[in-house]
Ligand binder design. Structure first.
Ligand code: SF4
Length: 120
């Protein structure tokens, strides 16, 4: 059986490789996000997807706020932007449902490679 070649993780998230278009033509970062960012009847989907400030901001996970902004996995995860918006009012905020603590926010003794006990 042929093996599928390995590939790097693909970051697909709200506005990054994904968008939702409703029955009126409004474009949303996802089907769970309540604010639209344009309409396919005004310039087409491609134009909205490429130029919307909201969608463009979602493609810069290093600019997310809180722990999602400093998380070492934000380029492949990024958290739920809809959860962040629903709970904090900030679409770039941290995903409140994530229990992960990014390395940048851990105490030095909690970081990988730290010797937690002296050798016997
Ligand atoms: S903090 Fe959690 S939700 Fe945010 S990018 Fe990291 S793993 Fe994803």
């Amino acid at each position: 059986m042929p093996q599928r070649p390995p590939r790097p993780p693909i970051d697909i998230n709200s506005g990054r490789g994904f968008a939702f278009v409703d029955h009126l033509g409004h474009v949303y970062p996802s089907g769970f996000f309540p604010e639209h960012c344009g309409n396919v009847k005004e310039g087409g989907f491609r134009e909205v997807y490429r130029t919307s400030e909201l969608l463009r901001s979602l493609r810069r996970p290093e600019r997310f706020h809180g722990k999602c902004g400093v998380c070492e996995f934000n380029d492949v995860c990024g958290g739920s932007r809809s959860h962040a918006y629903a709970v904090t009012g900030d679409i770039l905020g941290s995903d409140p449902t994530c229990a992960y603590l990014p390395e940048a926010l851990r105490a030095p003794t909690q970081r990988p490679g730290h010797a937690t006990s002296a050798p016997a």
